[in-house]
Design a protein around this ligand. Sequence first.
Ligand SMILES: [Zn+2]
Length: 289
Amino acid sequence: MRPDLTRLAIPAAMACAVAAIVIGERRFPLRSRTQPGPQRIVTNLVLGAMSMAVVAAVEGPLVRHLADQASNRRRGLAQAAPLPAWARDGLAVLGMDYTIYLWHILTHKVPALWRLHLIHHMDLDLDASTALRFHAVDMLVSVPYRAAQVALLGVSARALRVWQGFFFLSVLFHHSNLRLPGQLDRRLSWLLTTPRMHGIHHSTRAEETGSNWSSGLSLWDRLHHTFRIGVPQRRIHIGVPAFRDPAETHVWPSLRRPFRPQRDAWAPAGRAYDDHVTQGCVDRIAGTV
Ligand SMILES: [Zn+2]
């Protein structure tokens, strides 16, 4: 039996890439931070640890079982294709990436899902730590969708490992505050979701948030005409208009938020928001941030 290189190569490549992204975004920042202290990062790491615990305990075992079934019994769409195994796996990975694009749109459009995904968008800065900032219940409610993706698409165990590695790295990369040269970011955005693209998705402007839904390949945004680039990053305010108070983004308020009365996330939060935006613009013009 041939050794499966994805078992070793993926973790090794991921460790190197994570280090490169985290060091790179510190040395070459794309946007100025509004919350420079450690509190924000610690909050995101705590929320991330809770989310990862849910994924490890619930999603992981279930999707691995379904992927084994797809491999062993040739179940699901990709497995039905009269193609070699590598091509079936490629199709399955593409299918996962596209259906994650659709899921991301649902998390914004369906109110019950948005109240959970909101916690991710409430972050007042965008960097690699935001990639971990998800509500644990957000992870839990996505389990049936993820299970359906793996079962219906026929994602083999190997395709699942490839997709999980690609997805994790891509999410870390496009949430990062890494300033790539403008031309490189633009060229890369023909293939992948880039930090500039995703910065636009995390804008406080609803019309900008309603673009760049892709989490891996940018192809899906281009096909569906939801691709947006060319918004100057210095003009973007990261977050959601109705949640501009940093205290609301801390661990406990974030965990409680989905179960509290909801407010219109896109309605400016009164004077505090105006002051924040106005001061942010003044600072930027004055070159102090
Ligand atoms: Zn989103």
